[in-house]
Ligand binder design. Structure first.
Ligand SMILES: OC[C@H]1O[C@H](O[C@H]2O[C@H](CO)[C@@H](O)[C@H](O)[C@H]2O)[C@H](O)[C@@H](O)[C@@H]1O
Length: 652
């Protein structure tokens, strides 16, 4: 079985006896021993793999009955989570953050204090055996403690960590936020990118690129903390209670913070930026090369317009623009997995079997499904092409508006950080890349009619991912006949590049109302107060997504979790800040209204269930989310982070 790139000790061991591992996971899945496929792949191996493999061979001789399989698992595998230890977050303080005392309502103060306490229940470190015997664990050996989402999500997640970090900062837990960030930056050293989550089976893909926003948030909070500490010293005050107001920071916040003078917060902040900058550049390289890079033409136009003027774009501000350019480099999601996801093995097999697909189509669908997981939006009608079921997921044929907006933000963050460190060559190179990306987004993705940036569909469709391995350099080389098929298909489309790289595709705007269509507003792709930003704020307000219980993910009730009626905390947060930053008339009030409906919904659900939930029901204040391939989860890292951030800023 293709469990990803063979670079973790566990994967190397498994790949060395690939057939055995494949048989085991298949049989365990077939036997239906565990309700959740993720259960088994989270189990640590208790003995050297060679002994486990020998046991398995004996079991096959004796007969793999249900009972024998249970015994085999009990003697060779530990329970999921047994290789993690609960620890207190660094600099933990029982007392809630000081700002809570300023909230007028006692019940709101109590709720905030209760959510603050949840960090204690979600902080983990890997056990010493993960560090000593990494070949026995699917957990990646993170050196520092981290916050997990909760429930079945026992490990550290990539994009979740951005909102976790904001929440830790709102709770006055800067050292814990710093540790979490250190882990993620360390993953870039090992992998060249931050994987989906800190598990071996997540290393075939990443998740939305918010690493620079995390660095910016921690850097801003570090600078503020230093400033406050100096202030206290100056005033002769003593003691640090850890509750000081850390400056609210996000991707967009970095510009101001990093371009400001270095009269305060210099040394520690700069040390962090110096550590982070090369890793951010490496991570950006991962997102802008290989199969993730797509070249698109500007000529195709789109159903919503597409002939943008560049008015108000960040690109315009930075002195970019489309000029005579007709080919642009954008990015897409593209996992490197052509088999079922180990953590959803049964679900993926059932999907492919149910669709009656042959081997090539099956490999393509596995890749598109894993690529949807890479998007964080697993799963959604957003990725369906040419049909309305999960089997129509074609993530790799789509150039997403949110992904490119986050990369725009990353490019600007890198430029600002480089400027702060005196590296003008890097500053100029990344400012230029940001300008080009913003110009392409304005030209190709912006819709005057809808007041938003739409995803793009590559037209005609590129070769299926399983065939693309031939040209995109993924793990397994296909037979020569397959490589020829790719070439033929791209030649038919007139799309082969002289340098032999993947073709240049005309694109068409995707229809559909998705919360992701307004992520560019949060990322500053339209300058605050510009006509684009004003139109985008109006587009969001009239989209139908803003509802009494929060923000609908889409207008479509598909039964998938990244569709209606679910309201996801990270999307709520970006919509609130996007509206606020737009500078549009009435947008600040709309932002406050959405923020308060989120807080009120969480509070009502907390009252009814005693939990913070992974997702909520946008139509029913206090209702919880549903749908998708696993049962709704509680805990919950990013929900708590968004709650603390919005409660602090907007009150109850
Ligand atoms: O096990 C199925 C999938 O679960 C994860 O996705 C969901 O939870 C993540 C953690 O909160 C979140 O980041 C993601 O947006 C959710 O859809 C996991 O990330 C997937 O890769 C996995 O296949």
């Amino acid at each position: 079985m293709d469990v990803g790139l063979p670079t973790t000790p566990l994967q190397t061991t498994q790949l060395n006896s690939q057939a055995t591992w494949h048989e085991i996971i298949w049989k365990v899945s077939d036997a239906g021993l565990f309700a959740d496929s993720k259960h088994f792949v989270d189990c640590p191996v208790l003995r050297p793999w060679e002994l486990v493999a020998a046991d398995w061979e004996q079991l096959k001789v004796d007969g793999v009955t249900q009972e024998a399989l249970k015994c085999f698992i009990a003697s060779n595998f530990g329970p999921p989570g047994s290789d993690l230890e609960a620890v207190l977050p660094a600099s933990w303080h029982e007392e809630p953050p000081a700002w809570l005392a300023g909230l007028p309502e006692e019940e709101a103060r109590a709720f905030g204090a209760a959510v603050h306490q949840l960090w204690k229940t979600l902080c983990r470190k890997v056990s010493s055996d993960v560090l000593a015997n990494p070949d026995r664990h699917t957990l990646l050996p993170l050196p520092q403690p981290f916050i997990v989402p909760g429930d079945r999500f026992r490990e550290c997640y990539n994009w979740d960590s951005y909102w976790v970090i904001l929440g830790l900062l709102a709770s006055g837990l800067l050292p814990a936020a710093r540790q979490l960030l250190t882990n993620l930056l360390g993953l870039v050293d090992v992998w060249g990118f931050v994987p989906n989550g800190a598990r071996a089976y997540y290393t075939n893909r990443s998740q939305p690129p918010l690493l620079s926003a995390m660095v910016a948030a921690v850097a801003a909070a570090t600078a503020t903390a230093q400033e406050e500490s100096r202030g206290r010293e100056g005033a002769g005050a003593t003691g640090v209670n850890g509750n000081g107001r850390a400056q609210s920071a996000s991707g967009a916040g970095v510009s101001n913070n990093h371009s400001s003078s270095n009269s305060t917060g210099g040394t520690e902040t700069e040390t962090l930026l110096r550590e982070a900058l090369p890793r951010l550049i490496a991570h950006h390289g991962y997102w802008t090369s290989g199969p993730k890079l797509v070249r698109v033409r500007s000529s195709a136009g789109g159903e919503g317009g597409g002939a943008g003027s560049g008015d108000g774009t960040g690109g315009g501000q930075e002195g970019g623009g489309t000029g005579e350019r007709t080919v642009f480099e954008l990015s897409r999601y593209h996992a490197e997995l052509y088999e079922p996801r180990p953590e959803s093995f049964r679900e993926d097999l059932n999907l492919v079997e149910g669709a009656g697909l042959g081997p090539e189509a099956a490999r393509a669908l596995y890749c598109d499904i894993a690529s949807a997981a890479e998007s964080g939006w697993d799963f959604s009608t957003r990725w369906f092409v040419g049909g309305d079921s999960l089997a129509h997921t074609r993530t790799t044929q789509i150039v997403p508006a949110d992904l490119n907006a986050w990369l725009y933000r990353t490019e600007l963050d890198i430029a600002h950080m480089a400027a702060r460190l005196g590296d003008s060559a890097t500053r100029d190179a990344f400012a230029a890349r940001a300008a080009e990306r913003a110009a392409a987004m304005d030209l190709l993705m912006w819709s005057d009619a809808d007041g938003c940036w739409h995803d793009l569909l590559l037209q005609p469709s590129p070769a299926p991912p399983s065939l693309r391995q031939a040209t995109d350099g993924a793990a397994t080389a296909p037979p020569p006949a397959t490589a020829k098929a790719v070439e033929a298909q791209e030649e038919d489309a007139g799309a082969v590049q002289e340098d032999g790289s993947a073709g240049v595709y005309p694109t068409q705007q995707r229809a559909g109302v998705y919360a992701s269509n307004w992520v560019p507003l949060w990322c500053g792709v339209a300058a605050p107060g510009s006509s684009r930003a004003v139109a985008a704020a109006a587009g969001l307000r009239s989209s139908g997504l803003l509802q009494p219980g929060g923000l609908l993910t889409s207008l479509c009730r598909s039964g998938q979790q990244w569709d209606a009626p679910n309201s996801w905390p990270p999307l709520v947060h970006m919509a609130v800040e996007g509206l606020e930053r737009s500078g549009a008339p009435g947008a600040a009030e709309a932002a406050a209204g959405l923020a308060r409906s989120y807080v009120a919904g969480c509070r009502a659900a907390w009252g009814a269930t005693g939990h913070m939930h992974e997702k909520y029901d946008a139509m029913v204040p206090g209702g919880v989310g549903r749908g998708g391939e696993y049962v709704p989860q509680v805990g919950f890292g990013w929900s708590n982070g968004v709650l603390m951030t919005l409660l602090r800023k907007y009150g109850a």
